[in-house]
Design a protein around this ligand. Structure first.
Ligand code: AZC
Length: 818
């Protein structure tokens, strides 16, 4: 029975009664169901709508406030926002979680089930997209007025199914039944134009360029409110959905061509259909460029409209708006902004360039050459002819200035040019983003240094001082408070409740690192989290793992540079070693892998198959029972990460040094008390600096050594393999079909790749990785010492809060007050 708001009930009871009434009202009036017949999904929708009402008041209040006091706004442009589930986030940040849990409980509904009924918003691929989500939350928390701008994909990152050990991709359908979080803003719709030609006219001796596009698509806004901690502030994530300007060609339809009549609609809607359409084909590449321009153009039109509405003209844009380009995906914004200023607002070039280049800044997330975006000129010209003209002009001015400043270095020009003349002419989006931005940042100290020395070495000489470092961070609300409530409770007890607002207070935990009582409590919390994960393994894979084993996890996108393969080689070596010496003091281990490979990435998909084949062999071998298990958990996403991370003992961060820009999983895991085994790469280095050398397992070549070996060309993989009998045995076993008796040659390409080229230098690092893993065993076998190290890790991770990162962006790049 519903409680009524009668005198005498406590505030808490009253809040529960109100929440209950709100949920029931939504169930009846919005979902349209009798609670007696409601499914878990119905409960989710009703609960989310009830929570959203609270958010909305704050949301509209915040919008009014920042409009009124003329604050500078941040616009975060990103092709990816990997936000995951939102219910707990919203309830938690609004401090309504306990109230809603009790309210649902009174109604006979378990909030955990409701939570599970929410599909993950998987509008991103990996670290870059998750970073954007953490940043949105931190900007709201710090009260920075901000808009996130991206694409409302109908289908997020594919759903991964493992069939006979192979990855299969299926469409992900988070929007199938709509989402209760968003608001459709049909009044916020913009024309996005493509193709056609450019006419040149001279008006009063001034050339004017008139773009006659051949195609128009509509971009429609959907806003999702992003709630900051303690509901302090709510910012919109504005995602664009594509619609045809003409929904149906009625004349064709009436002539009987029912499919043809809808083809324009299908072509337009394709733009926001799927995240990362394969760009293997020319059509796929074109769609990708259409996506990028689509969301950039809509976002710029939107923010410019807003600016003009409030401030009258565009001269003050840099004082009122900071636009952050999350990687190069939105880099075409530089040209689009220039086009709008020049062609739509008739500004002079110099003025337009001043406004543009003092408004934009750009974050680089990778130095891997194959991941740096370039577009074939003919494709770009066909789709965006006016933009190409503008880019040529930007490039000319930039090259002229460079020539003047570096008169004796003609070779500099080809390296800093936006146009790559080698191998067919291509547009280099990294160059465009750099030239058009006032600040460019890397995402860890090492990555930023390498940017200056490698990819952007020459541009850094031409525009010195533009590159800054902003080491990534993670939101503690999701990655500690929500995903690890047990640890959070302990931290509040030991470090004080204020720890929820001031993460630096976690440091107080270290004072108790040697206290056996605290150690036991930490170990107990970890074990409880592991039991939850054990159940997930059993439910999804049908076998058991023991919570007392060391949970050794590698969870991230499947990519050769991240070296899941190195971990697998070590797994096989360990398997061999345990079998040949079964009585030795092996630390019982569960190797846990999860991650998706891009659909067209054949080599990474074969490594997934290898992981599954090794798992099958090892898990069915009685001689290693109780000592080694291998788990590949399918369909890695934010929600699964929230379960694995609090349960991890060991965090694998083993990329070839110099290749992982930062990593953020490494931060989440260490914050939850996992010890890192890793190379001196990305933010691992800063984690090491914070937790101390004794509390992390570092191995392998440094980035400088990797470079040096590559330059010197020695020792080769052949030498490395010859020098390591253990490695040889592992390679022979895998290459000889020990794990693939049904197809002995299956993994030959992997092994041949290692023997010949070994681009990611696994053979260079194998022995030192093996040795580091044995140091892991040794520490694991001394549980007090292990837990002590875990405590020191937790206590020293405060600096990795994305609130710190965002405060740095705000002060040093965006110049907005915090
Ligand atoms: C990732 C980097 O690989 C990772 O090291 C970093 O932590 C993360 O960005 C956030 O900065 N990059 C991507 O996810 N994607 C691309 C295209 O770089």
């Amino acid at each position: 029975m519903l409680q009524t708001n009668t005198a005498g009930t406590s505030d808490y009871e009253q809040a529960i009664a109100e929440a209950k009434a709100a949920i029931i009202a939504k169930m009846t009036l919005s979902v349209g169901k009798d609670p007696g017949y409601a499914t878990d999904r119905d409960w989710f929708v009703a609960t989310a709508l009830a929570a959203r009402d609270r958010v909305t008041h704050r949301f509209l209040g915040g919008k009014r406030a920042s409009k009124a006091d003329g604050k500078k706004r941040v616009y975060y442009l990103s092709l990816e926002f990997l936000i995951g589930r939102q219910l707990t986030d919203v309830l938690y940040n609004f401090e309504l979680y306990d109230i809603f849990r009790a309210a649902l409980g009174d109604l006979g509904v378990d909030i955990e089930r409701v939570r599970e009924a929410e599909p993950d918003a998987a509008l991103g691929n990996g670290g870059l997209g998750r970073l954007a989500a953490c940043f949105m939350e931190s900007m709201a928390t710090l009260g920075i007025p901000a808009y996130g701008y991206g694409i409302r994909y109908d289908h997020g990152l594919f759903r991964q199914v493992i069939k006979d050990g192979w990855q299969q991709e299926f469409p992900e359908t988070w929007l199938e039944n709509g989402t209760p979080w968003e608001f459709l803003r049909s009044d916020v719709t913009y024309d996005i134009r493509f193709g056609g030609s450019v006419e040149t006219k001279t008006v009063n001796n001034v050339p004017r360029f008139i773009w006659h596009p051949s195609e128009v698509v509509h971009a429609v806004a959907y806003d999702t409110p992003i709630v900051g901690w303690r509901g302090s502030n709510v910012n919109p994530l504005r995602l664009w959905s594509a619609r045809a300007a003409d929904p149906i060609a009625l004349s064709l339809f009436n002539k009987g061509d029912h499919v043809g009549a809808l083809s324009d609609q299908a072509r337009s809607a394709a733009i926001s259909k799927v995240l990362y359409p394969s760009d293997e084909t020319a059509a796929g590449q074109e769609l990708r460029l259409r996506q990028e321009y689509f969301f950039v153009s809509a976002s710029l039109q939107d923010l410019i409209n807003r600016h003009i509405r409030i401030y009258g003209d565009l001269y003050s844009l840099p004082d009122r708006a900071a636009i952050q380009l999350n990687d190069t995906h939105p880099a075409v914004a530089i040209a689009e902004m220039m086009r709008i200023l020049l062609d739509d607002h008739n500004l002079r070039w110099d003025e337009a360039w001043r406004i543009t280049s003092s408004t934009f800044s750009y974050t680089n997330h990778t130095l891997l050459p194959e991941a740096l975006e370039t577009w074939p000129l003919p494709l770009f010209e066909r789709l965006l002819p006016r933009h190409l003209q503008i880019i040529y002009f930007i490039n000319n001015l930039h090259l002229e200035a460079t020539k003047k400043n570096f008169p004796n270095e003609p070779e500099l020009l080809s390296s800093v040019s936006i146009i790559d003349e080698r191998d067919g002419r291509r547009l280099r989006m990294g160059q465009l983003a750099f030239i058009g931005s006032h600040t460019i940042n890397g995402v860890s100290a090492l990555h930023t240094d390498l940017m200056k020395e490698t990819t952007f070495r020459d541009l850094n000489r031409v525009y010195p001082g533009r590159i800054q470092n902003k080491t990534n961070g993670i939101t503690f609300r999701r990655w500690l408070q929500q995903s690890n409530p047990g640890l959070t409770k302990l931290l509040c007890e030991v470090c004080g409740e204020e720890v929820l607002d001031k993460p630096e207070l976690i440091k107080r935990l270290e004072e108790h690192a040697d206290d056996p009582a605290l150690q036991q409590r930490i170990a107990k919390i970890k074990r409880a989290n592991k039991v939850v994960l054990c159940k997930i393994v059993t439910d999804r894979l049908g076998f058991r793992v023991e919570a007392d084993s060391l949970f050794d996890v590698q969870i991230k996108r499947q990519h050769e540079y991240k070296r899941q393969l190195l971990n697998l080689l070590e797994t096989v070596a360990l398997y061999d070693a345990i079998r040949s010496n079964p009585t030795a003091d092996w630390a019982p281990r569960v190797k846990i892998f999860a991650g998706k490979a891009a659909a067209s990435y054949v080599a990474a998909k074969l490594i997934i198959k290898l992981a599954n084949d090794i798992a099958k062999t090892v898990n069915n071998d009685p001689s290693v029972q109780g000592k080694l298990k291998v788990v590949f958990l399918p369909n890695y996403n934010v929600s699964l990460a929230e379960k694995i991370i609090p349960a991890a003992d060991l965090s694998e961060q083993i990329s070839t040094a110099g290749m992982e820009a930062s990593g953020t999983g490494n931060m989440k895991l260490a914050l939850n008390g996992a010890l890192t085994i890793g190379t001196l790469d990305g933010a691992n280095i800063e984690i090491k600096d914070n937790v101390g050398d004794d509390n992390i397992f570092i191995f392998g070549l440094t980035a400088a050594e990797v470079e040096e070996r590559k330059r010197a060309g020695a020792p080769t993989a052949t030498d490395n393999i010859a020098a390591s009998p253990m490695l040889r045995q592992v390679l022979d076993a895998i290459g000889g079909g020990v794990f693939s008796p049904d197809d002995p040659n299956r993994f030959k390409p992997i092994i041949d790749g290692l023997r010949s080229q070994d681009r990611y230098m696994l053979t260079d690092d194998f022995d030192s990785y093996w040795a580091a893993q044995r140091r892991v065993d040794e520490l694991w076998n001394q549980p007090e010492k292990w837990t002590r190290a875990a405590i020191v890790n937790i206590a020293n991770m405060a600096w990795f809060s994305s609130d710190r990162t965002i405060a740095e962006y705000a002060e040093q790049i965006w110049k907005v007050p915090v």
